[in-house]
Design a protein around this ligand. Structure first.
Ligand SMILES: [Zn+2]
Length: 481
């Protein structure tokens, strides 16, 4: 950076224009930018760009299993969409990951009451031997009970955990119950010698015979065992059968597994900053989805929200001071592969990331904002909160901001980040199921999300000063996403 001699006059002028930010000067957002943000907010509430994006993506491409038949098609679609919307710069960055393939899955109770079970294989599950795997079921009420189990009680059996997620606005039971039982459970069962693993679907739908897939924590294919999720009614049925107290035998027939590696890509579109093009506000969602549905709420909605917000900023009479970067991440679902590749590639530039947040929790309205920023930027966050309050967003000063799923990885490297918490009351009814389809998206709620992302992105891009991104910053803020 070129630095002229710092007379008092030029120093104060530079501070006022955001050319430099002295260490302890408060970060502020100039009044004209606040006004423009209010206009963006009001316009976004009636803008249907985001809805058209998610409608197009889920109709023209549909399911987008990472490495699957639609992976390349989705990337091409995304590149074309960014270009058609007039983004200034469109490019991809490669992401390599293990290719997991699902071909078919069947399950049945063999004894004492023979009948089929509705289930779905989990990501990185091993396939069963030809002819299937038949074994006795051993039930545990919780993950902790499995952790405490004597391996002799598990060896050669199919472990089943039936703990149920309850409905919450913030979806807290996914992090507390659903995800650990699905991710860690199969690994613990394998380590104790289990032959297979079943769980009650990590979902809040009680009466839909639609199982929820999702990833396991199997990192080494040599140590993976067959693992699947029962629909909630099938889990109830299995538990009724187990309650008779007789040995229960189940047959699993899963044709799936890892087949080498695949290289996909993060797809990136930018609105180039007018004054500081190399400083970026990072927003986005993940382009991949699970395969039973069409990936509407997870995460076509997130991609659409970020694209819609950036497009509104693009349509302003002039570009914002800093760049707005929209990242459509590759393979979030099977372990944040796109987010981790992105953070590895850009960690050294973390100070250039003004602020970031990714949308990956469906399309329910944003009701809470929290931030991990330097103390001198709290005032700017309060300015953003003030613009968002009229559309139902409250600012929680005490909570950290994690940046969302893939961008949590950049936050981990030191990027200042927001959490924009959506209403997830119904999200886990449909998450990772065949019911993740466009009809679950309310266009008005989606538009509220676009307003939130447009406002914060624009205000952060126009701020005088930064939000404290630096290598290793926020390492101990306790953010969960
Ligand atoms: Zn997601």
């Amino acid at each position: 950076m070129h630095r002229p001699s710092l007379t008092l006059l030029t120093a104060s002028l530079m501070l006022a224009t955001g050319f430099v930010s002295a260490k302890d000067a408060p970060t502020t957002i100039p009044a004209p930018a606040v006004q423009t943000a209010e206009q963006l907010r009001d316009k976004a509430m009636h803008d249907d760009t985001a809805y058209k994006v998610v409608e197009g993506l889920t109709t023209e491409i549909g399911a987008r299993l990472a490495g699957g038949v639609n992976d390349q098609r989705a990337r091409d679609w995304m590149v074309a969409k960014f270009k058609a919307l007039g983004f200034d710069k469109v490019y991809t960055e490669p992401v390599t990951f293990p290719l997991w393939v699902r071909r078919s899955e069947h399950g049945a109770i063999v004894a004492p009451f023979p009948q089929p079970l509705t289930l779905i294989a989990l990501g990185y599950s091993a396939g069963t031997p030809k002819g299937g795997l038949t074994a006795e079921v051993v039930q545990f009420p919780t993950l902790d009970a499995l952790k405490a189990a004597d391996p002799a009680s598990v060896k050669g059996k199919i472990v089943y955990i039936g703990e149920r997620m309850q409905r919450h606005k913030d979806g807290m039971d996914y992090g507390r119950i659903g995800s650990p039982i699905r991710v860690q459970g199969p690994v613990i069962a394998q380590e104790k010698g289990a032959a297979g693993y079943l769980l009650r679907s990590a979902g809040t739908d009680a009466n839909s015979r639609t199982p929820h897939t999702g990833v396991t924590g199997f990192m080494d294919p040599a140590k993976a065992i067959p693992a699947a999720a029962l629909s909630n009614p099938d889990a109830d049925q299995l538990e009724r059968v187990l309650a008779y107290g007789k040995p229960v035998t189940v047959k699993l027939d899963l044709d799936c597994g890892i087949e080498g590696q695949y290289t996909g890509a993060n797809v990136i579109g930018e609105i180039t900053g007018r004054k500081y093009p190399d400083q970026v506000v990072a927003i986005g969602g993940h382009l991949d989805s699970w395969d039973p549905g069409t990936g509407a709420i997870d995460d076509g909605a997130g991609v659409a929200i970020a694209v819609g917000a950036a497009k509104l900023i693009h349509d302003l009479p002039q570009r914002p001071d800093r760049t707005i970067r929209v990242i459509a991440f590759a393979n979030e679902e099977m372990g944040l592969w796109g987010g981790r590749a992105y953070a590895d590639k850009h960690a050294a530039d973390v100070s250039k990331f003004q602020l970031g947040s990714e949308s990956d929790f469906g399309s329910g309205p944003v009701w809470r904002m929290s931030a991990s920023v330097k103390p001198e930027a709290r005032g700017a966050i309060e300015q953003i909160a003030k613009v968002l309050a009229p559309i139902g967003v409250s600012y929680d000063v005490k909570r950290p901001g994690g940046g969302g799923s893939d961008l949590s990885q950049m936050h981990g490297k030191g990027m200042a980040a927001l959490s924009l918490t959506q209403d997830g009351t119904y999200y886990f009814d449909w998450h990772h199921t065949a019911n993740d389809t466009l009809d679950k998206i309310d266009p008005k709620q989606l538009a509220q999300n676009v307003a939130v992302y447009a406002v914060f992105s624009y205000m952060a891009a126009e701020a005088n000063g930064d939000f404290g991104s630096a290598p290793g910053a926020f390492a101990h803020d306790g953010a969960e996403d």
